[in-house]
Design a protein around this ligand. Structure first.
Ligand code: ACO
Ligand code: KIV
Ligand code: MG
Length: 580
């Protein structure tokens, strides 16, 4: 690719550290989560949130279980300032929630921040300055010592103003642009800040290491975190935090590996909103833990509502493929996936598995408030019989014989293919109803009755065929056999093989049953039909006639034979049949 020579590695490998953490497979408990939606997320929006929108988002975060929330940058704007004041004046900060505010390490900005904090019981004051080589060289044009001094002066001012306020605020320091900073120098600056604060077990300090711009592969970032974790002073009294961004698309991997490498806390946002490519998506990191059986201590049980709130207040969109939350992340359109999912669901319903092991579905969609009906099996031209059968069974209680399911699914696929559209369950049912159920053309059953004479049944059926009412008569060793013989003999239909099954559709005294017939002619061609009625025999005859009607050339055959009956016989038939 052109211009590759413009680039080189912008990060620094840390000195050799203990890498035994790399053998851990996953974190064994949730980290401290800090939402930075209302600050880092907000500062990256085209239109930052209004006061009302921030309030709604804040309430959502509290309800989800966040205990640390960066509520803004109070010195940035009136809305930011007013928002914190609103929370204080309306007593909206629960005792177990700590609000965090961000400030540059500049005196007037820090003072303004403290003004905004008046009356807050639990607060984290988060101060930052850039420490990277590029920022020292190009933005600040300062030496390492001078940059360290900005951090130390900021730390001292935080301490002084907190003492003056008689408050008990906790402190956080970020060497901003950490990923572009020499690790040894970042360590020196952080330790200098910690020497000012002298954190104790009762009042720990937070050292937050941001990948302000992501520059390396995740294991390199994690090794940088391990280096800091293993060398920071006061380590037992330091909460080591990470703040991954997503420039390389690996924010989640950075957070997860950093947790293995020693981080205790993660700053991020819902769905990864934030500067440029965003902050790390806390939903994904937390749900990844959940899916491994570790309680993330955050509630995502109504993900659709969360998505709705987020999209409304930020004016951003959650991508349909966004892990755990996107519209399509549980959807299976393709046949083989649908088949395995439908079988996996049955396996689970049979009580076989304590844990979630359903193929193709990483987690149970119900756990994030999604449904199997509309979210999982979705039908288009890529779908198969397993999926179509699943929709018909789940939504309408229709459990077709296996071969009929296959026949119907090819029919449905071709409808979807020609329309070039997904088919929703109701549309699939319409296809079934119009083409496979109680089909009354070219033959329509009007009435029938059967009687036993000796060892044989005589069946008579009144059908409407080509606008004529015709009585057909046949004999057989069973009731259905007598009726089917009547129809086949009348129209010269030879059946080589038939498949029949039936089941209840509803429960209750006037419950309906559904019958299915598959008829194979001498040429080996099979047609399928279904019939529904409160009477099983009637349902079966409807199913049989439907399968007959769906045979190739049946309309011509009926027209060609043009059978007729004496109208008086038809009236007499109707009278007799009415008594049965
Ligand atoms: C990675 C991050 O997300 S960091 C957070 C970024 N977020 C924001 O900036 C949003 C809110 N910010 C703001 O509203 C404004 O930037 C304000 C109100 C804080 C400050 O505005 P301004 O006074 O206009 O200053 P501006 O932000 O442009 O900063 C420029 C000056 O501050 C210095 N500076 C920037 N960051 C820092 C810092 N963290 N500590 C100390 N000095 C800093 C710059 O070197 C520059 O100095 P100079 O005037 O001597 O050239
Ligand atoms: C203020 C800091 C933590 C930040 O947002 C970043 O570096 O990305
Ligand atoms: Mg950031």
């Amino acid at each position: 690719m052109r211009n590759v020579e413009h680039y080189k590695k912008g990060y620094y490998m840390p000195p050799v550290v203990d890498m035994s953490w790399a053998y851990k497979d996953c974190p064994d408990k949730a980290p401290v989560w800090c939402s930075v939606d209302l600050r880092d997320g907000n500062q990256a929006l085209i239109i930052p949130m209004s006061l009302d929108e921030k309030i709604e988002f804040y309430k959502t975060l509290v309800a989800m279980g966040f205990k640390e929330i960066e509520v803004g940058f109070p010195a940035a704007s009136e809305t930011e300032y007013e928002f914190l004041r609103y929370l204080v004046e309306h007593d909206m900060i629960p005792d177990d929630v700590t609000v965090q505010v961000l400030t540059q390490a500049r005196e007037h900005i820090i003072r303004k921040t403290f003004e905004a904090l008046q009356g807050v019981k639990n607060a984290i004051v988060h101060v930052y300055n850039s420490t990277s080589f590029a920022q020292r060289q190009q933005v600040f044009r300062m030496s390492k010592e001078e940059i360290k001094q900005i951090a130390v002066d900021g730390a001292k001012l935080l301490q002084r103003l907190t003492d003056e306020a008689g408050a008990d605020y906790r402190f956080e320091y970020s060497p901003e642009s950490f990923t572009g900073t020499e690790p040894e120098y970042a360590l020196e600056v952080c330790n200098a800040v910690l020497d000012v604060w002298k954190p104790t077990a009762d009042r720990k300090a937070i050292i937050n290491l941001p990948s302000t711009v992501q520059m390396s592969m995740p294991h390199v970032f994690a090794a940088q975190i391990a280096y800091m974790s293993q060398n920071l002073k006061y380590r037992d009294n330091v909460v080591l935090s990470v703040h991954p961004h997503n420039d390389r698309g690996t924010g989640v991997a950075d957070a997860e590996m950093a947790l293995l490498a020693g981080a205790d806390r993660v700053e991020g946002t819902l769905f990864g909103n934030g500067e440029r490519t965003g902050n790390v998506d806390i939903v994904t990191v937390a749900m990844n833990m959940f899916a491994l059986g570790v309680d993330p201590q955050l509630d995502f049980s109504n993900m659709p509502k969360l998505v709705d709130t987020y999209e409304r207040v930020t004016r951003m969109h959650v991508h349909p493929r966004q892990p755990y939350a996107g519209q399509l992340v549980f959807a299976a359109f393709s046949g083989s996936h649908q088949d395995a999912i439908a079988k996996g669901m049955h396996f689970r319903e049979e009580g076989n598995e304590q844990y979630w092991t359903c193929p193709y579905l990483y987690i149970d969609p119900h756990d994030v408030g999604r449904t199997y009906d509309s979210d999982v099996i979705r039908i288009n031209s890529q779908s198969g019989k397993g999926g179509v059968g699943f929709i018909m069974e789940q939504n309408y209680g229709i459990d077709m014989p296996k071969k009929m399911r296959e026949d119907f699914s090819y029919f449905v696929k071709s409808v979807s293919d020609h329309k070039h559209q997904e088919l929703k369950p109701a549309e699939i049912y319409d296809v079934f109803e119009q083409n496979y159920l109680n089909v009354g053309w070219p033959l329509k059953v009007e009435n029938f009755f059967v009687q036993k004479f000796g060892g044989q049944w005589i069946g008579k059926i009144l059908v409407k065929a080509d606008e004529e009412e015709v009585i057909l008569e046949g004999r057989g060793n069973g009731q259905l056999n007598a009726i089917s013989n009547a129809i086949c003999e009348a129209y010269g239909i030879e059946i080589d093989n038939l498949v029949y099954s039936e089941h209840d559709l509803d429960r209750g005294s006037d419950s309906r049953g559904i019958a299915y017939f598959g008829l194979t002619d001498k040429q080996g061609r099979t047609t399928w039909g279904a019939g529904v009625d409160t009477d099983t025999m009637t349902a079966s005859i409807f199913a049989f006639i439907t399968a007959i009607n769906r045979m190739e050339g049946m309309a011509q055959r009926v027209r060609f034979r043009h059978l007729t009956s004496d109208p008086a016989a038809v009236s007499e038939f109707k009278a007799i049949a009415g008594q049965h």
